[in-house]
Structures are given as C-alpha cells and as structure tokens.
Design a protein around this ligand. Structure first.
Ligand SMILES: [Zn+2]
Length: 220
C-alpha cells in the first residue's frame, strides 16, 4: 500500500478533475493507472470524486488477480486490463462520458483534426461502434484500437483515452471533448474547414515534439 500511495493519490486528483469538469456525471466512467506490474482501477458504484486513496482496486496485470479490499472493481475492468496487456507504453487510461463526445458519435464517426493543440497532444481519434458496455465485446473492440490511437470514441457511449501517465491521458480527454464541441459548433453553420494532412504532419513531425512537451509542461 505505501508503495502505491502516490499513484493512488494522483488517481484521486484526476478523478476529481473529471467530475469537476463535467466529463462524467453520477457514478459513470472509470480511471486506472499502471504501477509496478499492477493496475489501480476505480471501484464499481462510486462517483469518481468520492474515491479515497485506499479504495482504488489493485489488479495484477499479468494474472488478473485482484487484491481483496472488499470492493468490486469497475465493470470495465477487462477493457483496462486488456489495454495494458496489449500496449506496454500505456501508463494510464481514462474512460468518461463527455457530453460533446457522445453528441458527436450520434451524428458522425471520424473526428477531424482542427487545431494545433489537438494535433500535437492527441493526434488521430478513432471510433468504435456501439457495443454493450461492461462486456468483453467492448474490451475486445477497444483493445483492437489501443495501438492505433490514444483516443477512442465509443459510439453512443463516450470516450477512452490513454497516455504514458495520468496527466497525459486526462488532458487528452479534455482536448478531445473540446474538439468535439468545436466541431459540432462549426458544423451547425457549415462544413468545417479542418487541418490538411500536410498541416497535421508538420505538427506531428519530430521537430514539433518540443512543442508538444512544452504544452504538456504548461498543463502541470
Ligand atoms: Zn462508460
């Protein structure tokens, strides 16, 4: 427990941000982080901002064994577990139900890249059509995409973002929600003018790595 104390506290901080910023309401959504071969996942039945540090459920990533603390893990435990197994670079996963993201999936699938912070911090967003939540169908659909993109829109459901750490995964959620909002506002007027692939490539190129890192530092 003492060994995992700082990751547990960090999880609480970002969990509170997801609720404060209306990225999730009620007991929806789930968050996890990887630490020392284990993942720490939100328990089932809690609003994310109610979770105390000791209540994050510890699951061994290789075996799936859980440390019994008398709480059930989030019902999306398989989605988190499979994602960590499939991509060793993933250090954290944020699953939320942001309103503009959900609205976007009701009318469109492919979120275009529209502005530099989106290009630099998130890049491409992929889409998974609606499947029944809490099932291995959802876990399988998401795991297929975790090596393709760090943000996955779930049709009629919400969003999953991954990152090397919680801060990166969390801010990707904020940027994708902002992007969905901007897209919907612009497309109410006419077909949005999105970034060209050359403009996107320019940002995504190695030279812009410094720009991306600068942005992430600003987000501290
Ligand atoms: Zn969900």
């Amino acid at each position: 427990m003492s060994n995992s104390q700082s990751i547990r506290e960090e999880l609480c901080r970002y969990a509170q941000k997801t609720v404060a910023n209306k990225l999730v309401v009620g007991p929806g959504g789930n968050i996890s982080a990887r630490h020392d071969g284990k993942m720490y996942l939100s328990p089932s039945g809690f609003a994310l901002d109610e979770i105390r540090p000791a209540q994050w459920v510890e699951v061994d990533i290789a075996t799936g064994d859980m440390t019994d603390i008398g709480l059930r893990p989030s019902s999306e435990v398989l989605m988190h577990l499979y994602a960590y197994r499939a991509n060793p670079d993933i250090g954290a996963i944020v699953h939320t139900h942001p309103p503009y993201c959900i609205a976007f999936t009701l009318v469109a699938r492919d979120l275009p890249i529209m502005f530099p912070d989106q290009a630099a911090l998130v890049g491409r967003t992929v889409y998974v059509p609606y499947v029944l939540p809490t099932t291995d169908k959802l876990a399988d659909a998401v795991v297929e995409k975790v090596n393709e993109a760090s943000s996955i829109l779930l049709g009629n459901h919400g969003l999953v973002t991954t990152g090397r750490n919680l801060r990166e995964a969390y801010y990707r959620t904020e940027v994708v929600e902002e992007s969905s909002k901007i897209y919907l506002i612009a497309s109410a007027i006419r077909e949005p003018k999105v970034m060209t692939s050359e403009e996107y490539e320019e940002i995504a190129s190695l030279e812009s790595e410094a720009y991306r890192i600068q942005l992430l530092q600003k987000m501290k």
